[in-house]
Unconditional design. Structure first.
Length: 318
């Protein structure tokens, strides 16, 4: 009897080890069995700063590549020049992204005309030499008629105090005049959220970042909804694992760690969606993470690699 017990125990151990190995090496086949959901077909594929693995981020070239690949929409960042023109850029100091003769380069200390002369493409590759910084107006005009959604990240570096709140009004006016207002979602950090609600109540807002993936249940959904929020944004990063997930990751079981670190709160997502609202996550570039968020019913996924997410969606439909 004891021998049989040991044999059964060993068999379970080997089976478990085999499943762990599959999960670590090839997570998709194992998880696909548990992930047959109609939501997979509805999730929007969003090019994070365009196709930023293939082209310099936040440029028209990156937008074009993402859309040519098949992305449904684009996410980009918005900052302000010294003469109060909103431009598409991730951080003000881009001295490391321009040729030596154009350094130092801080866009918040430049006029829009001066910023337009900067070459922000050649650092990425010679074929992108001369790629410039688009204004928000030019970027939206470039995307009109080509996207299902546009996310505009109002960076926390933007200053709206000391008489600068008029920038929000100007930001919103650019959106309205673009003809894309119904497709644009402005991603706002908490400090500017109340100002946006007050000055541009007609513009769709995304509250970022609402919490770690495994803590979504802690979000006060009703409060956000009553406050006018119709989109919630999750930022995914390695340091957002749960305690157990981090413990497993530290022991070489990265995929298993993330699986345990992410507990898809599907009922919360569904409850929010029933109100006509949605969840978006940035930035996913690995198969396992894409699978988990698709399974949880997220409405949109931002990725530097839209081709990977599109391939994954196609494979899960078959």
């Amino acid at each position: 009897m004891k021998k049989l017990y040991l044999i059964v125990l060993a068999a379970f151990f080997l089976l478990g080890a085999g499943l762990l190995a599959i999960l670590e090496i090839r997570p998709l086949p194992l998880l696909k069995l548990a992930c047959k959901s109609p939501e997979w077909k509805k999730t929007l594929v969003i090019g994070h700063r365009g196709a930023s693995l293939l082209a310099p981020e936040n440029t028209l070239a990156a937008f074009d590549l993402a859309l040519e690949i098949g992305a449904d929409g684009i996410e980009c960042d918005v900052l302000w020049t010294a003469d109060d023109v909103p431009v598409i850029l991730h951080h003000h100091d881009i001295s490391d992204r321009v040729p030596p003769h154009q350094r130092p380069a801080r866009v918040d200390r430049m006029t829009a005309a001066e910023a337009a002369r900067l070459d922000v493409g050649s650092w990425f590759g010679e074929s992108f030499r001369g790629e410039g910084i688009p204004t928000l107006e030019a970027g939206l005009a470039h995307l009109k008629g080509r996207v299902r959604r546009v996310y505009l990240h109002d960076k926390p570096d933007n200053v709206y105090l000391d008489g600068k709140s008029a920038r929000i009004t100007k930001f919103a006016d650019v959106i309205r005049k673009s003809g894309l207002a119904d497709l644009v979602v402005v991603m706002v950090e908490s400090d500017a959220l109340e100002l946006w609600r007050e000055l541009a109540p007609d513009i769709g807002l995304l509250q970022c970042w609402v919490g770690k993936p495994h803590q979504l249940r802690r979000v006060d959904m009703e409060k956000s909804y009553l406050g006018g929020i119709r989109h919630l944004g999750i930022y995914n990063s390695p340091n957002q694992l749960s305690g157990l997930g981090k413990w497993l990751e530290d022991r070489g079981l990265a995929n298993l760690g993330y699986l345990f670190g992410f507990w898809p709160p599907r009922e919360e997502v569904e409850r929010y969606r029933e109100k006509g609202c949605d969840y978006t996550v940035f930035t996913l570039n690995e198969e396992l993470k894409m699978i988990l968020y698709l399974k949880a019913g997220f409405n949109a996924i931002g990725t530097d690699d839209p081709a990977l997410l599109l391939r994954l969606q196609d494979r899960t439909r078959n």
